[in-house]
Write a protein that binds this ligand. Structure first.
Ligand code: 6PG
Length: 262
């Protein structure tokens, strides 16, 4: 395992490489439990955003196992999604469905603590507006420290931990290269029409300002298809500006957990 530590003005970046996804997933689930326990002991609750896609599935399955599940403060832990495909909740490609099958169906977490992105409405834009309202109601019901005021009428939530993946094109959540992801300065949640992702369906995503107000962000990647773009994101800041993943800069810690192979 290779560890590299960079420390910026506010943000510390840690890069850890593993032989395989199982080792990286163990490191990821350890980080989730540590973040949850620390936040709950500090303020009585924690807010964790889950990544979609295939890579985090093993992490969620591990979190459902007694050696980690028994450490989790489920009653005080709130789970959200960084993005969702515009599919039915039970669709096999739904990010909610993957996390439900891998984790939430196996642990004793109150249903009210699972904050699903709604996809059953007539348009993704409506789902995005509904999720944003849900997030605003949730965060405004918590202490003011959980929202960051950027200007007179702009605030953003500050999640304790956001898990993210990265596509081979450098996208993260559902922020895709070539889209207007950098222009969004106010909304917390937006709908993504272009069929850029896989599966090529509309999506709902947290916006970049929301990602960057998180206290901690954990990227979990595996496989060599993403290695080249990861090297660019980590080592070539100018060239990486085209990639949304390169714009992710949380308030405190950015952790990259990278498996050489699946
Ligand atoms: C999604 C994800 C997306 C994902 C990357 C990596 O809904 O597709 O949120 O951002 O994290 O595409 O996906 P894999 O883990 O499947 O490679």
């Amino acid at each position: 395992m290779r560890r590299t530590l960079f420390s910026g003005l506010m943000m510390t970046t840690l890069f850890q490489q593993f032989k395989n996804l199982e080792q990286a997933s163990i490191a990821a689930v350890d980080q989730i439990v540590k973040s949850a326990k620390s936040a709950v002991s500090e303020k009585g609750f924690c807010t964790i955003v889950l990544a979609g896609g295939r890579t985090p599935q093993q992490t969620y399955e591990l979190l459902s196992k007694p050696s980690w599940a028994d450490q989790m403060p489920w009653q005080q832990s709130h789970f959200f999604w960084g993005d969702e495909r515009w599919l039915a909740s039970k669709h096999p490609d739904s990010n909610f469905s993957m996390a439900h099958n891998a984790l939430f169906s196996k642990v004793h977490i109150p249903p009210r603590n699972i904050h699903q992105i709604p996809t059953g409405h007539q348009a993704p834009e409506i789902g995005a507006k509904m999720y944003e309202k849900h997030l605003r109601d949730f965060f405004h019901s918590k202490s003011l420290t959980e929202t960051i005021r950027i200007s007179e009428n702009t605030t953003f939530p500050s999640f304790d931990l956001i898990l993210l993946g990265m596509g081979a094109d450098g996208h993260t959540a559902s922020l895709f290269p070539g889209s207007n992801f950098l222009e969004e300065k106010k909304k917390w949640v937006t709908a993504v029409k272009e069929d850029a992702g896989s599966p090529p369906v509309p999506r709902i995503t947290l916006t970049l300002p929301v990602l960057n107000q998180a206290k901690n962000i954990l990227f979990l990647l595996s496989g060599n298809k993403k290695r080249e773009i990861l090297d660019t994101v980590l080592n070539e800041p100018k060239k990486a500006l085209a990639y949304p993943a390169a714009h992710v800069k949380p308030r405190e810690n950015l952790l990259w957990l990278v498996a050489e192979k699946d």
